[in-house]
Design a protein around this ligand. Structure first.
Ligand code: NAI
Length: 328
């Protein structure tokens, strides 16, 4: 059980509220700190009546430092979501500054915390967090993650709709690359015993890449995925806590990380692609990334997808990095 706070930034939002509700149910958390520029004390008061062990404290607009003080883990779903017709990259202008300010708060108040970035565009917001932490000399690439778990969750669900023998709860799909459109590369060839036709693979891949758009369209201007994202965010937070607080070994989950987190095993991939960040299956340990697992042998179709992903990812990473290293 962590005796240090688990802090949610953006806790009163569409993702933040159900995510905080799910985290309130974790026995690994004793102190849940909820920060938002609006309404965090209200959400905290509400959740604090649930009969689990953790205390819940809300922090308002001017209380970021107090919310982050000595945090063990910081989960960040703060910022604006997409509206119909928008790409995740369209959110950069607003969310980049929000993420920079929160990362500075982390550097000042909890420099050794695990930082889990949900805010989009994840491909760029994770490099922003990294560069801010570097500036403060507190960067540990093993502890900063882009939460791409929703892509994994969607992949498991969508394949089970095509093959009813698949149990979506127990079938994990490795999803690599990044977290937006063509950078999302599900490795369906790696699912043991799968017999999807070429057509099915193409349709499933497209649905996993653009699953977020289904929700944005259905919500018709009221935002993007919040409930499924809260589920995915809680699942990923639990992975980090199980490994770091509970000492559980061998947990593997796909997540978007700096390849420096395991420079030795990613050296060849980095040399080949020139990428600094990539979503890949990661094995978790007490300090976060224990190992970045090697990319498996992929199908020709998947290789084509990867080649397309590399180009876009590179641009996304550069955009995030430069936001801090070369501000306008
Ligand atoms: P929302 O607008 O419902 O909630 C965002 C919350 O952040 C609001 O309560 C707002 O007051 C708060 N906020 C804004 N600026 C802040 C600051 N400086 N400090 C603290 N809190 C601040 O948005 P929603 O739907 O919860 O989405 C949040 C983010 O998550 C968006 O960027 C969205 O694109 C992203 N997202 C990521 C997914 C992923 O798979 N990684 C999936 C779905 C959404």
């Amino acid at each position: 059980m962590s005796t240090r706070p688990i802090t949610v930034c953006g806790a009163a939002g569409g993702i933040g509220q159900p995510l905080s509700l799910l985290l309130k149910q974790s026995d690994l958390i004793t102190d849940l700190a909820l920060f938002d520029i609006v309404n965090a004390p209200g959400v905290a008061a509400d959740l604090s009546h649930i009969n689990t062990r953790s205390t819940v404290t809300g922090y308002g607009k001017d209380e970021m430092d107090a919310a982050l003080k000595d945090a063990h883990t910081v989960v960040i779903p703060a910022g604006v979501p997409r509206k119909p017709g928008m790409t995740r990259d369209d959110l950069f202008k607003i969310n980049a500054g929000i993420i920079r300010d929160l990362a500075e708060g982390v550097a000042r108040n909890c420099p050794d915390a695990f930082v889990l970035v949900i805010s989009n565009p994840v491909n760029s917001t994770v490099p922003i967090v990294s560069e801010v932490l570097k500036k403060y000399n507190v960067y540990n690439p093993k502890k900063v993650f882009g939460v791409s778990t929703l892509d994994v969750v969607r992949a498991s669900r969508f394949i089970s709709e095509v093959d009813s023998n698949i149990n979506p709860k127990s079938t994990r799909v490795t999803v690599v690359g990044g977290h937006s459109g063509v950078t999302i590369v599900p490795l369906l060839s790696q699912i043991p015993g799968q017999k999807f036709t070429e057509e099915q693979v193409k349709a499933l891949t497209h649905r996993i890449q653009y699953g977020g758009d289904e929700v944005v369209k259905a919500k018709a201007g009221a935002g993007s995925a919040t409930l499924s994202m809260a589920y995915a965010g809680a699942r990923f937070t639990n992975v980090v806590l199980e490994a770091s607080v509970n000492g559980k070994t061998g947990i593997v989950e796909s997540t978007y990380v700096n390849l420096l987190a395991d420079a030795e095993s990613t050296k060849a991939f980095h040399a080949k692609t020139g990428l600094d960040y990539f979503a890949q299956d990661v094995e978790f340990g007490p300090e976060g990334v224990a190992k970045i697992l090697p990319l498996p042998a992929v199908s020709d179709h998947e290789q084509g997808l990867l080649d397309e992903a590399y180009t876009e990812l590179k641009a996304n990473i550069e955009k995030g990095t430069k936001f801090i290293t070369e501000p306008e």
